[in-house]
Design a protein around this ligand. Structure first.
Ligand SMILES: N[C@H](CCC[C@H](N)C(=O)O)C(=O)O
Length: 290
């Protein structure tokens, strides 16, 4: 294989190289993936989305995600949303008014995802038990929603030194395994609250313009913090009805929406919605990557 066809996608500024592995048969090395993601000598991206055939019954495709360092990453929320747009363009799935969602496979199991009436793509996340959320310090929380996320609440987010502080926490607190480090600022007014979040991504080892699982983790951490969830458990009463929460998360590259419920001390029905855009198609010479 000398040449590799790829597509470029972005979701709120989180950008990806998408490869149809079913037709290319590509088995790219860590070095080749890293060089493809380099913004000066390659194509440039935060990560690579590889679409493969799934062997799980009911799953339309399998998404394998690599970070910009060329290593396989954990769940990428924006990448998952973009993989749906890619799968739709390839004809792997048909999302239309009759069929608005599909099931696909990612590193943490099967996920539902689809397209909304306004053209935004959504992906559903696995549940997060309150008992699995750690209160790291006064202003910080840790949770794993398919990817490991540290969320620190700050004031004056615009002035935060996300790269240096993020790198320090990622390596200093979380070591070799690491975590994604989110800095969040909550703004409340009479119409509700919204979050602004900036994320240092593990595997990119830099701030990215948006992070989907980071937006979900931050929305949940904000709820935990403002509703005192860790000290006052929520158990269903006879009625058993829990409201659906919606949080708008502004990131540098765009706005994402996170929906969830808190039901019997578990965050359920977590849905990440936002734009997923096809930017261009291209062909890269593999020989020059090695
Ligand atoms: N940008 C991604 C997060 C990727 C997680 C990755 N950085 C890792 O820790 O392996 C998202 O939209 O959720």
């Amino acid at each position: 294989m000398d040449e590799l066809f790829f597509s470029k996608y972005e979701g709120a500024g989180n950008d990806f190289i998408a490869i149809d592995q079913t037709s290319s048969g590509a088995a790219l090395s860590t070095g080749q993936l890293l060089r493809m993601c380099n913004r000066k000598t390659g194509i440039g991206a935060d990560g690579v989305l590889e679409l493969r055939q799934s062997h799980v019954t009911g799953c339309s495709f399998r998404l394998v995600y690599y970070n910009a360092d060329g290593r396989e990453g954990s769940l990428c929320g924006n990448g998952a949303r973009c993989s749906l747009a890619f799968a739709q363009n390839l004809g792997f799935i048909q999302l239309d008014s009759r069929n608005q969602q599909v099931t696909f496979e990612a590193c943490d199991g099967a996920h539902k995802g689809g397209v909304l009436e306004d053209g935004q793509f959504f992906v559903d996340m696995r549940n997060v038990a309150v008992a699995d959320i750690t209160h790291v310090d006064k202003d910080s929380y840790f949770l794993d929603n398919g990817s490991p996320h540290h969320v620190t609440f700050v004031r004056d987010l615009a002035d935060a030194d996300v790269v240096h502080k993020g790198r320090e926490l990622r390596w200093g607190t979380y070591g070799e395994t690491g975590a994604n480090i989110n800095f969040a600022e909550a703004e409340s007014n009479s119409r509700g609250s919204r979050l602004t979040v900036r994320t240092y991504e593990r595997g990119v080892e830099d701030e990215t313009l948006a992070c989907g699982t980071g937006a979900c983790a931050s929305a949940i951490a904000a709820h935990v913090r403002h509703q005192n969830v860790l000290s006052s458990p929520r158990i269903s009463d006879e009625e058993g009805e829990f409201p659906m929460m919606k949080t708008r998360v502004s990131m540098k590259g765009g706005t994402l929406e996170v929906q969830f419920k808190l039901e019997n001390n578990t965050y359920t029905d977590i849905r990440l919605c936002g734009p997923a855009r096809h930017v261009y198609d291209g062909k890269i010479s593999i020989a020059n990557l090695s």
